[in-house]
Design a protein around this ligand. Sequence first.
Ligand code: NAP
Length: 287
Amino acid sequence: MIGHLCVIGVGLIGGSFARALRDAGQVETVTGCGRNEEHLQRAVELGVIDRYDCQIEKAVAEADLIFISVPLGAMRAVFEAMRGHLKAGAIVTDAGSVKASVVRDLEQVFASVPDFFVPGHPIAGTENSGVDASFSTLYQNRKVILTPLETTNTDALATVSRLWQATGAHVTQMTVVHHDAVLAATSHLPHVLAFALVESLTRLPESDDVFQYAAGGFRDFTRIASSDPVMWRDICLANKQAIVAMIDQYALDLGTLKSAIEDEDSEQLQALFLKAKQTRDAFIKQV
Ligand code: NAP
């Protein structure tokens, strides 16, 4: 059990982490920290946190575990503000969607990644943001990827792993580089495509009709284009290389599909759609 948890960034991810640990009886006191006092007050009203402090150095001072769930672009400033203010033995972990940029920021602020820092990423979320969108079951039966370094303290890793398990999540480990490559393919590319499709359609002369008559397929494909623009700007900048490589690969494959349509190559089209359908059907069965 954690005596004192500090959540920096009490939004969807941080709020849900605090709620889940409270429900599991894994935490005594939760302090929230963020920029906007109204949002933190709301988190207190909702019972997600017990109290808050907008000053990071004060918010972290008594905490046994610090969970950082701010957008990637804000991570470095958070590390700078907490440096020198942590309690002895405190463990720090994060939820950032890209891991190499978090490691880079840590190296710049602390000279090397502190052994008490456990980089992590829950593969769970919704297109909604803020503490009102948080809920205690967000992580149930979802995967959480931890990307420890060789220098990561094994007790800190075990504690973070155990806490995630208490939220109902399945914890796995992989390297930072592998994590960022896999997530570029499975999460970052689909989000970029959803944003790009919606934006592209708004520029069509007949866009009013396009949106008026859009049905389930459009809704399904573009749900994630309702995600937070700041968060996704930061993810694209933080994982630039891997995302650009995925976009290049996808553009090539789209070109092949375009040619098959132009050439009315019904065999190729059907084979491609069948293979994709079988792959997706198998994926849905397994989750
Ligand atoms: P969110 O709901 O918008 O919450 C972000 C929180 O960070 C807010 O409470 C906000 O506090 C705070 N914040 C924003 N900018 C800040 C800054 N410059 N300095 C200090 N605090 C700041 O976002 P989220 O969806 O929880 O995402 C949080 C993190 O989790 C991101 O790193 C994201 O990559 C990662 N993640 C997201 C998902 C997902 O599906 N959403 C999934 C996995 C991981 P104020 O309200 O006070 O501004």
